[in-house]
Design a protein around this ligand. Sequence first.
Ligand code: R5P
Length: 298
Amino acid sequence: MADADNTEAKNYAADVPMRSEPFFLKGSNNLDWGMKNRLAAIFNPSSGRTVMLAFDHGYFLGPTSGLERVDLNIVPLIQYADTLMLTRGILRTSIPPTYTRGIVLRASGGPSILKELSNEEIAVSIDEAIRLNVAAMAVQVFVGGEHETRSVHNMTRLVDMGNRHGIATLAVTAVGTEMVRDAKYMRLATRMCAELGATYVKTYYVDEGFETVTAACPVPIVIAGGKKLPEAEALQLAHNAVQQGAAGVDMGRNIFQSDAPVAMIQAVRGVVHKNLSPKEAYDLYLTLKDGDEHPADS
Ligand code: R5P
């Protein structure tokens, strides 16, 4: 039974101002508690960064190399990821519901690799996102693409839906083959997404002036890994990006197509969370590589 009389309570510390810590993520201080809580399930509050394991490629590519068997090739990696980026189909069929970190749900789609890719629509309802307990919804934004306005509108609708329920929106800047992948384009695309409400933005690293892209974007930026590179080069790319202001990586092929995916994701973690140099990270990769093999190959 509760105390009826608490007049003896006196530990009020009346001379100590109430703590009000700023939230650790760039541009996120004025978000609501639920949204911040979900962002803390995507970004590591200690480092302020994330290693997102991306394996949503099948939504337009089908079973691409490394994703033929998600149960065999990807599930062993998820314990090393800060968050997973995937489709609802793969989430329901292949990911154990005991996974407790954030889920970033692919929320746009439509055209396959056989068609005009920028012609996407929103591909999930907010009810479904809530039912799946996701932390963020990811949407492709094709700045300069044939369906630019529609893709921006897809994003702003998801932002409205997500903000209503405290779910973040990740804007994925998709760069068409006809676009020049330089800092000027990335500044335009990322800043547009942030201005129109994205909670955070995914883009590509560029060699010249990437620090101006991160500086001009008022929300966190994560970089896509892109096409498979030799492991040492992929670690260098991740290192350059975080040292120039990225809040982490959203990496797929450079992890799941690696010769040793479990070793590679741990080396990437070293770069992102511990500021390992590319050489230190590559040495870690080589050390861990022994004993790591593709489960589907065994
Ligand atoms: C694109 O298909 C997806 O949004 C991927 O999640 C994204 O491109 C990251 O994967 P990767 O590191 O393989 O580029």
